[in-house]
Design a protein around this ligand. Structure first.
Ligand code: GRF
Length: 195
């Protein structure tokens, strides 16, 4: 079965992108990374992707309307022949038009156990609420922020001494396990449906 082609969008360090990329190189992974694209030309993850021989693209959002910047990023994904757009720390809210053109084809990872704590500062909010667990969720992207169908989640225990930063560190370790697995299962299921 041909591998699903994935474009990964990042804004920062790109450590989830790296987890997705190295997982794609293990035997039997049903997806391959065809592009890493960013709205921040200086994003660290871009140099890592380049070093691994992956095509990269960057275009700053500054001075552009949201829909116009989305169109630039979308074009890069289309030029790379991507079947899926995978958001990995991409700190932009996508326009409704863009999301609607890729229904079921944009995937995100969010650092909370959705539907709890949509948006920012998830770890601080979980600690503040006295929750016993934080975690991460892989979900489909819909026009409403962090509200699309949940694909998979992983729980991370909150320790009494945790700060938002220490919890974030452990949630990331969990994310590196969760994201490649959830993406692989999703694209493999989709391939079976269309086969
Ligand atoms: C992750 O915690 C992810 O859940 C959130 O942004 C962070 C990205 O980190 N959406 P990195 O750039 O992958 O290191």
């Amino acid at each position: 079965m041909p591998k699903a082609k994935v474009a990964i969008f990042i804004s920062g360090s790109g450590t989830n992108m790296a987890a997705l990329l190295y997982a794609s190189r293990l035997p039997d992974c049903p997806y391959e990374v065809v592009l890493v694209a960013s709205n921040r030309p200086g994003a660290d993850g871009l140099s890592l992707a380049r070093a691994e021989g992956i095509a990269t693209f960057a275009h700053s959002h500054k001075g552009l309307e949201r829909a116009d910047h989305d169109a630039v990023m979308e074009r890069a994904a289309q030029d790379a022949d991507a079947d899926y757009i995978v958001l990995a720390g991409y700190m932009r809210i996508l326009s409704e038009e863009f999301v609607s053109r890729w229904t079921g084809k944009i995937i995100n990872i969010h650092p909370s156990l959705l539907p709890k704590y949509k948006g920012l500062n998830t770890h601080a909010r979980a600690i503040e609420a006295g929750d016993r667990h934080g975690g991460a969720t892989v979900h489909l992207v819909t026009p409403e922020l962090d509200s699309g169908a949940i694909l998979e989640q992983v729980k991370v225990t909150i320790l009494p001494e945790d700060t938002p930063d220490t919890l974030a560190e452990r949630v990331k370790l969990a994310e590196y396990q969760l994201y490649p697995r959830a993406l692989a299962s999703y694209v493999a299921r989709a391939a079976q449906v269309t086969a």
